[in-house]
Design a protein around this ligand. Structure first.
Ligand code: AMP
Length: 551
């Protein structure tokens, strides 16, 4: 082999903010702050403050490779932290605050976070957890001195004071592009949450992919509202992709209700946004109630769960917004497929175009995909055969953090746990999920954890939890129980029993008491059969607008 003679400049995330500063220094970053008011800054100022933060972190002894946690909403301070932490070679570990408290502690301890950046919203939570957090030596509350609460947290400092004295001159170090840049735990698998450890190289390559026209198609003319949380797979890569092209960034803070999202779409002339179906449903409800329109919005990406046809129709036909279906996983950085049309679809009528848009989309360059049967034989790409969806590529996880063994098979393929078809045009459609988890409002619920908790009830012999369609949350858990002989547990007593064992939004929406549950020959629950049987089950909550995951 003759080695090429091109420069081997490493792909590092610091180059993205540096680029945005030089070429798009006056482009805005707008935030609805946790304190309340709208805050405006620019890429140049964010870069300057990221350098101050880099000096402040270095001064307290944070070393390359060490993990720094964040428990925070989408704001400019969180954005600065992303770049400062990874820029010095440390690892930005975003923690999902919607998890059960003991899981948050597990994750922070497993990652061995040294410092924790937290929003004002989470001070009480972290005070409760602090005695169990084994490695965190310092807490940085992401606010200014005027809003800093009295807190029991040791070594707590507010963000603005933390960076105030630090110099803004800092040269980003150059190091191996395979160095870890960020860490995100997924609970979309069984057992304890697993850490996906992104590299600088995978993150920058993913950003190139994200910016492609048929992917997110971002440009310097876009105003991007980042609805997907910064703690969900790096907000689908938007905090990296937007600076790569100099798109304006808009952060919603903690407010994701229809009215708040609409206000930002309007005042910031947002052209592009991305989030899970539950948020878009709340926006559509608000639009329909208020009679408002979306004059600036051009593209809306929806992923994390399937985007219902009615939602695509509403955005496409009523509001003239391109509704783009996306599929991916935390393990995939996360982008895998995007549902834009091909030239040949232009001649189709709208209803047939929407048939195509309902699929999860075409594979992005950089992501190889195939479907296989249970014996690992590849199935045809005919749009009919369905099988286990496997993926491979430079921004897909190879192993989980501190886990033994590999996450991929001998040929490097990662098993997604999704069951799908692939059609001759390359569009993928998910038909089922083989993993034992339920997705509600973009967040995972472990059916196994719920079952284990439910069988702890003295009147329950056997329990099974399945996901049932819900108009707002996509799926909600339904608990099926077989009682012990002579017992008849009620829904209320079972829910009450689970209340201190799982986070509130995990509580099953309904309970069905059965004489028996179906099993395989080896004694495993036949969940696919139960899912099929209860596919049209109407949950009592289906009409009520309660709000577990996006509270
Ligand atoms: P996460 O790692 O939390 O991002 O979840 C990834 C999983 O969410 C996938 O493996 C799918 O099961 C599900 N998912 C993501 N996007 C979609 C989509 N567009 N349609 C259906 N399921 C999806």
């Amino acid at each position: 082999m003759l080695r090429g003679l091109m420069q081997e400049r490493p792909l590092l995330t610091s180059s993205l903010i540096e680029y945005a500063d030089i070429y798009h220094g006056d482009t805005e970053i707008v935030t609805r702050t946790i304190e309340g008011p709208i805050h405006r800054t620019t890429y140049r100022e964010a870069h300057r403050r990221a350098r101050k933060l880099a000096n402040a972190l270095t001064a307290i002894g944070v070393k390359p490779g060490e993990r720094v946690g964040t428990l925070a909403w989408n704001t400019y301070r969180h954005f600065e932290a992303y770049y400062a932490i990874s820029g010095i070679g440390a690892v930005c570990h975003t923690i999902n605050p919607r998890l059960f408290e003991s899981q948050i502690a597990y994750i922070a301890n497993h990652a061995e976070d040294r410092v924790l950046f937290l929003d004002l919203t989470f001070v009480d939570l972290v005070e409760r957890l602090a005695p169990t957090l084994e490695t965190i030596g310092r807490y940085v509350v992401m606010t200014d001195a005027a809003h800093m609460p009295k807190t029991r947290l040791k070594n707590a400092v507010c963000y603005e004071e933390f960076i105030a004295g630090a110099s803004d001159s800092f040269i980003w170090p150059t190091f191996d592009e395979m160095a870890a840049s960020s860490l995100c735990y997924t609970s979309g698998t069984t057992g304890n949450p697993k850490g996906v450890l992104y590299a600088h190289r995978s993150t920058v390559l993913h950003s190139f992919g994200a910016c492609m026209t048929d992917v997110l198609g971002l440009s310097a003319r876009d105003s991007v509202l980042v609805i997907v949380p910064l703690f969900h797979a790096n907000a689908w890569g938007l905090p990296y992709a937007a600076p790569m092209v100099g798109a304006k960034l808009v952060f919603p803070g903690s407010k994701l209700d229809g009215q708040s999202v609409f206000e930002l779409l309007e005042t910031e002339k947002v052209t592009f946004t991305a989030g899970v179906p539950t948020v878009w449903l709340m926006l559509l409800e608000h639009l329909s109630k208020s009679g408002k329109d979306l004059p600036f919005l051009e593209r809306l990406v929806c992923g994390g769960s399937a985007m219902p046809r009615s939602m695509i129709e509403a955005f496409e036909l009523k509001y003239d917004v391109r509704a783009i279906h996306a599929w991916g996983m935390t393990e995939m950085s996360p982008l895998g497929t995007l549902g834009l049309l091909k030239a040949k679809h232009a001649a189709l009528d709208k209803a047939h175009q929407i048939d195509v848009l309902c699929k999860q989309g075409r594979g992005v360059y950089g992501v190889e995909m195939k479907i296989v049967d249970d014996k690992s034989s590849e199935l045809p790409r005919d749009g009919k055969a369905f099988g286990n969806l496997m993926v491979r590529g430079p921004w897909i996880c190879r192993s989980y953090f501190k886990a033994e063994g590999s996450a991929v098979d001998a040929n490097g393929w990662f098993h997604t746990g999704d069951v799908a078809t692939l059609d001759p045009d390359g569009y993928m459609q998910i038909t089922d999920r083989s993993k034992d988890v339920i997705k509600s409002g973009g967040e995972w619920i472990s059916s196994i954890d719920l079952e284990n908790a439910a069988v702890g009830h003295p009147k329950v012999k056997e329990a099974c939890v399945i996901g049932v369609r819900h108009p707002k949350w996509d799926e909600r858990p339904l608990l099926l129980v077989v009682p012990c002989d002579g017992q008849s547990p009620t829904k209320d007593e079972l829910i009450e029993f689970l209340r201190d064992k799982v986070v509130k939004w995990w509580l099953p929406d309904d309970v069905v008491v059965l004489k028996e549950l179906p099993h395989t020959a080896t004694g495993k629950l036949l969940k696919a059969k139960l899912r099929e049987e209860y596919k049209d089950y109407e949950l009592p909550t289906a009409k009520l607008q309660h709000s577990p995951a996006s509270d």
